[in-house]
Write a protein that binds this ligand. Structure first.
Ligand code: HEC
Ligand code: HEC
Ligand code: HEC
Ligand code: HEC
Length: 451
């Protein structure tokens, strides 16, 4: 279950995603179970406000016989008539008491297919069912030509042809773009993928065309007529087109391609180093700022509630769940050298790193960018640690590695702080966050100098 704040933040994030997706020219969106978490009215509103087509053939209200969203979209690419169908996977218990339900695919897909077969040259299914189910669907219906599956983890998977359905998947969270180019004809039958030689040449031609397009955008025609680099590109283009024609003729005479349809697939990793699209970045930045404000308000509210309770127990200025902590400034007077070394490391700047990204109130990020007595997310939440971070515990402080040291600060000799080991680091330097974490190397960079 989502808390009220988490739900508000998730809704605002969903709005940002819908706006960005719409700005990028997306035509159809298949509705997956987790999209329903914030309820139907909200989802309907997202669709309307952003001019999107949300598709699901099997999402039905508990009362009534019309599906909640359009089951499919009929569209065109050139002269080709395309039907895009949406199938929503099984949501488990998520929909309980929400006023709608999901029909099993067996009871609705055959009927929908019959309906669109007459109207479309190509049928595409967007499915959030698990792969095992999608494979079954592909085996049963040879009239679905492409099946895009989503939300399954498992990363990028090149298309697999199952009974004339190409089953495709791109990794989640927009880390890659899947790029499927197809050559479609009346055979409506997939042939073998284009031989690699030809594929390479076509990739080369794509790159040349892209470069030509870019130069045309930036220069006048007259300037281009004199530009030797541009003329060279035009030459290369002509050569490449000839090469492709030769290869295609060859393939045809070999009888290899017959009259079948062909495709080629690639995945483009969206690395952080790629240039940003300015209008999309503006949407993302704004969304982030607003979500951060939602989280900030929630944090302040919880802080106030805590402050009310604290009056009776408080014996230092830290809120109750952090009473055992001292904060790095308390260590400075006795451990001058270690403190100045610490301040030179990025652990000391970890909170600022989040603030620079408008993420310093995001509980999902804070957990590893501040100083806490525990980094177990469940416990941190239960003890309400994340909404109570005082200034001195922002950033990955001394007590991250040495443990809560308030008692030690008061009576140094009586209680000695701990020395860190690998297990402590791995609470934050997880595989997901730091693929290259090798303790013996990293500890050298971060260990305090001997006093
Ligand atoms: C009032 C002075 C004082 C303050 C404040 C203080 N320490 Fe110490 N600390 C000492 C002394 C003295 C020792 C050495 C004790 C010994 O070796 O018997 C020590 C030892 C340590 C050690 C080494 C433990 C070991 O096993 O050798 C660590 C780590 C440490 N302190 C961390 C901290 C941290 C973190 C803070 C702030 C939260 C802090 N100290 C605050 C005086 C202080
Ligand atoms: C509370 C979570 C947390 C723990 C525990 C933690 N780290 Fe980190 N570490 C971070 C974060 C966050 C950063 C990135 C800070 C930034 O750049 O804003 C970081 C950065 C680093 C860096 C790069 C520092 C630099 O100055 O460039 C090293 C090295 C490192 N950690 C090693 C360790 C080791 C070794 C341990 C265990 C002894 C450890 N960390 C424990 C969260 C943690
Ligand atoms: C499970 C712990 C963990 C969580 C949760 C976490 N981080 Fe970090 N973060 C780290 C660690 C560890 C590093 C240091 C990685 C390294 O040294 O390579 C780091 C480094 C960073 C850096 C600087 C290094 C870089 O990759 O450029 C940024 C920015 C950052 N985190 C942002 C975030 C944001 C934003 C969130 C929330 C969406 C977040 N982190 C959540 C552990 C975490
Ligand atoms: C990323 C983890 C990390 C952080 C953060 C960190 N330390 Fe340390 N510290 C170490 C390690 C590792 C050692 C060496 C332990 C050993 O010798 O086994 C050490 C050693 C020490 C010692 C003992 C030095 C000696 O004489 O041998 C003191 C004192 C100390 N740290 C204080 C601090 C203080 C004060 C801060 C914050 C201002 C701090 N540490 C922050 C990891 C950390």
């Amino acid at each position: 279950m989502l808390t009220a704040t988490a739900e508000e933040a998730a809704k605002r994030t969903a709005q940002g995603i819908a706006r960005a997706v719409s700005a990028m020219g997306t035509r159809a969106v298949g509705i997956a179970p987790h999209d329903l978490a914030a309820g139907l009215p909200f989802l309907k509103q997202l669709e309307r406000e952003n001019n999107l087509s949300f598709l699901s053939m099997n999402l039905y209200p508990n009362r009534g016989t019309t599906p909640v969203f359009k089951p499919y979209l009929l569209t065109r690419a050139g002269t080709l008539k395309i039907a895009i169908l949406g199938l929503t996977g099984n949501p488990g218990n998520m929909l309980q008491d929400k006023g709608f339900h999901i029909l099993p695919w067996q009871s609705i897909l055959p009927k929908i297919l019959q309906e669109v077969e007459k109207q479309a040259d190509m049928i595409i299914l967007l499915s959030s069912e698990p792969r095992r189910v999608n494979e079954e669907i592909a085996r049963q219906f040879d009239t679905i030509h492409i099946l895009f599956q989503s939300g399954q983890g498992g990363g990028n998977q090149p298309p697999v042809n199952i009974n004339n359905t190409l089953l495709c998947q791109t990794e989640t969270r927009g880390k890659s773009v899947g790029f499927l180019q197809i050559n479609w004809n009346s055979s409506k039958t997939w042939g073998k993928p284009i031989p690699t030689q030809l594929q390479k040449e076509q990739n080369r031609l794509d790159r040349i065309n892209w470069q030509i397009g870019r130069m045309q955008k930036r220069n006048t025609e007259q300037a281009l007529a004199k530009n030797t680099q541009f003329q060279q590109l035009l030459n290369n283009k002509a050569q490449s087109e000839q090469a492709i024609q030769r290869m295609q003729a060859q393939i045809e005479s070999d009888g290899q391609a017959q009259a079948t349809c062909s495709y080629k697939n690639s995945f483009i990793a969206l690395k952080a180093s790629m240039p940003e699209d300015r209008s999309i970045k503006a949407i993302v930045d704004q969304t982030r700022r607003e979500v951060n404000q939602i989280n900030r308000k929630a944090q302040q509210k919880r802080k106030k509630q805590q402050a009310g309770k604290r009056q009776t127990t408080g014996n230092n200025k830290f809120p109750e769940p952090l009473q055992e902590m001292a904060g790095w400034p308390a260590c400075k007077k006795c451990h001058h050298e270690q403190t100045s070394f610490y301040l030179s490391t990025n652990h000391a700047k970890a909170w600022q790193t989040l603030a620079d990204l408008d993420q310093q109130y995001n509980p999902d990020c804070l957990l590893c960018h501040v100083t806490l007595p525990t980094y177990d997310s469940g416990q941190a939440q239960e003890k309400d640690l994340l909404s109570n971070i005082p200034l001195e515990l922002q950033g990955v402080g001394c007590e991250t590695c040495h443990g809560p040291a308030r008692k030690h600060s008061k009576m140094p000799e009586s209680v000695l702080p701990a020395k860190p080991d690998q297990d402590i680091c791995l609470q934050c330097h997880t595989d997901q966050r730091d693929k290259n974490f090798i303790y013996t190397e990293k500890i050298q960079k971060i260990r305090c100098p001997a006093g």
